[in-house]
Every structure is written in C-alpha cells, then in structure tokens.
Design a protein around this ligand. Sequence first.
Ligand code: PFF
Length: 458
Amino acid sequence: KRACSRIAPFLPPGLCDSTEMTDRETWATRIGFILASVGSAVGLGNIWRFPYQTAEFGGAAFLLVYLVAVLVIGVPAILGEFVIGRRADISAISAFDALDRPGWRIVGALGVFGGFWTLSYYSVVGGWVFRYIGASATGSYLESPGAYFISVSAGPEAVAFHGAFMLVTVGIVAFGIRGGIEKATKVMVPSIVLLLVGLAAYAFTLSGAEAGYQYFLSPDIDLLLSNYQTVVPAAVGQALFSLSLGFAVMITYASYIDDDENLFIDGGVIALTNTFIGITAGLVVFPLLAVQGGGYGEAGPGAIFVSIPTALSEVPFGTAVGFVFFLIVAVAALSSAISLLEVVVSYLVDSYGFERRRTSVLLGGIVFALGVPSATETAWLEWFDAIGVNLLLPLAVLLTVVFVGWVLADDAVEEVRRGADGFDALGPIWLWSIRSIVFLAVLGTVALSVFELTGAPL
Ligand code: PFF
C-alpha cells in the first residue's frame, strides 16, 4: 500500500485509495471461476485464429495434432499455472515472492508484459469485430468484402473501434472479480455456446457444406507425416494460446479460488469446453468457406472478415447470420480481453495498493495507446502478433514449466493434490509430464519461433 502512496503525488488523484489489499476478493462460486477461465480461453483464438491455422496447416491433420497437444501439453501446463496462483493467493509477479522464490518474479513480469502487449492488438481485432456487427445490420460488407476489409481494418475508424472495444473491457474489469468478471462471463460463455451451436446447425443445412466438413474433419495422414515439422509446432502454439497460457491469466484467476477445489477437474472441464467451442466454430466456419468456393488455404488472418462475408452474400438469411456470428466473436473476444487486463490490474491492486476502478481506466488508456500503431497499419498488428504469440507466450510458458517442474517440484505436487481426493496417483504423473513432454514440446516451440523470427535457416 505504501508503494502507491509514495508515488501518489505523481499519479492521477484517488489512484491509491484501495481497500482491496486488506480485503481480497474470491470467486463467488466454483462455476464462476470455471466460466471466467473458459471465457478467457474462448476468444479470437478459437474463432478467428483456429480456423485459419487449420486451413493453413492442412485441415483435419492439424486438428488432430491440436487435440493431442491440448491433452498432453495444454492441460498439464494449465494445472501448472493454477498451482502457482492458488498456492500463492496473490496475483502474478508477487506470487513468486509469496512462494519464497523472488528471483523468479521475472517469469511473472514476462507474462504480465506479454499480456499487456498482446491485448493492445487483440483489441484492434476486437474493434474490427464490433465494426462488422454494425456492418451486418446494414449489409455494407456484402458487395465487395475484400475492399471493405481493407478500408476498415486500418485508419482513424479502426482506432475509434479499438477504443470502443477497450472501453467495454475496462467497464467490466473496473467492477472487480465478482461484480465484473464473474457476472459478465456467466452470461457471456453460455450465450457463446448456444448461439454457436445454433449457427452450426444452420451451417449443416447449407448446400455444399459437406466439402467443408470433409476438409475440417477427415485427416490426411500422409500430409501430416510429410509436414510434421511445421504442423506440430503450430498446433502446440495454438493449444497454448487457446488455453490462455503464458500471460499469467490462469495464475491470476486461480489466486481467487479456494483450496478445496479439484484442479484436475477444473482444468479438464476448461480444456474440454474450450475445445468443444473451437470445434463448433470450425463447424460454422468451414461449411461457410466451402459455400464460397473453398480456398481454405489462402484464407489467412482475413479469413473470417473476407471469406465469411463472401459466403454470407450467397446463403439464405446471410446478414442475420453475419450479425449473430460477429456478435459471438465479439463476446468471445471481450471475455478474453478482460482476463488480460485483469492480470495487470490485479498486480497493481494487490502489490501496490492501487484503487481498482481508476487503475482499470488508466491501464486501459495505456493499452489503447499501445494499440494505435496496429490500428493504423496492419503490418504493425502482424508484428505485434508475431512477437506476442510466437515469442513472448511460449517463452513465458517455458519458464513457468521450469519453475513448476523443477523449482516448486514437490510443493507443486502437494498443491495439485489438495482438494483432489481420489486423484492422488495423478500428482506424480502430472509432474513427470511437465518435466518431460511438456517441457520438450514448449522448448521446441520457442526454439523454432526464435529461428523464424530471426530468419535463421533451419
Ligand atoms: N485464449 C484467448 C483466445 O483463444 O483468443 C487468447 C488469450 C487470452 C491468450 C489470454 C492468452 C491469454 F493470456
């Protein structure tokens, strides 16, 4: 608390009037924690990134590797973050002090920084989605989707929509864990599931949908075997991103739970629900892509903003479907964005006694400013994305895995077993998996990313 008061003269008034340090919140219910975590996991990664990654890396073959990666790498890694957060009972960075390993604060700091960085352009894409909800109402993207996307994806209006997206994000985080995040995600996640299942059923009725299913669901094993060097790291990276790992979200969210929860079940339910929603998104996106003539492979980041609108101009109830689709994407993006902002807000609130509402507004403003280049020039967005998701994220996961696997080690096993009666045998198996397959897979992902980013020949 003192830390904030000391620099108070240099801060906007009221920033240090916090009561949260003495009276830390918890989730009201276990399902609240699960839904908030699912809300974080389900985002642009599932609906925007997952389909185009799947398309880029060969369809169903990618899906298959992704599913394995979620199970054998994602689930153990998410448990690792839970263990840190719940044992420390305090947000990222300070968690490492609370665990008596202050030298490892750098891991938390890297995660917090990475999340801040990623939110800046995530919000720009969120702004595009806001824009597309409105454009669905008027049908303005139908005539020439490619030109429309180019005209709205960068420039002053993209900056304004990025601002609007950040404003809503701040509006939720400002109300705290129970009053903001838990309340919001309790409505958001079930809405996403219901609407998405509805759209998947609709997509099933489209003529030409089979080609999409075929591409998405029947793996070409030969393709996989000949391209595994690119497919496997991409699938591992997607699994980590999709489960919101690396940026200390799961550390922070788990710091608000009680000790008697079974983390194995929580982690499993979160991963399962996230995967279910990702696959359902694919069952909406791929039939639509098939309707507009396939070409999945070229879809790229513009996929849902160009190919989907192209399809919408050819299907029954096109604009209504577009409206619901982009609404789902917006809700999913928001429920992830709030988790990224919460990581930083909770750090300042917990460790320095900052007042939550004003801190949310201040940090939202900084993230907004950091995102302006991405909203002005798409090349910046791609650069931020490459650094954030391909480098900072796997690096942060790698350090977390080392911390849990070798530094916490037996304490970690004890923590993961707490509240998990009857799951005792899983503790050591989990630690073993963290030390072997998870460590190696994430190390490989980091190494490949470094090669790629530095342009070194492999
Ligand atoms: N899991 C989110 C998505 O799939 O869109 C993205 C994300 C959120 C990644 C929060 C990392 C994170 F810490």
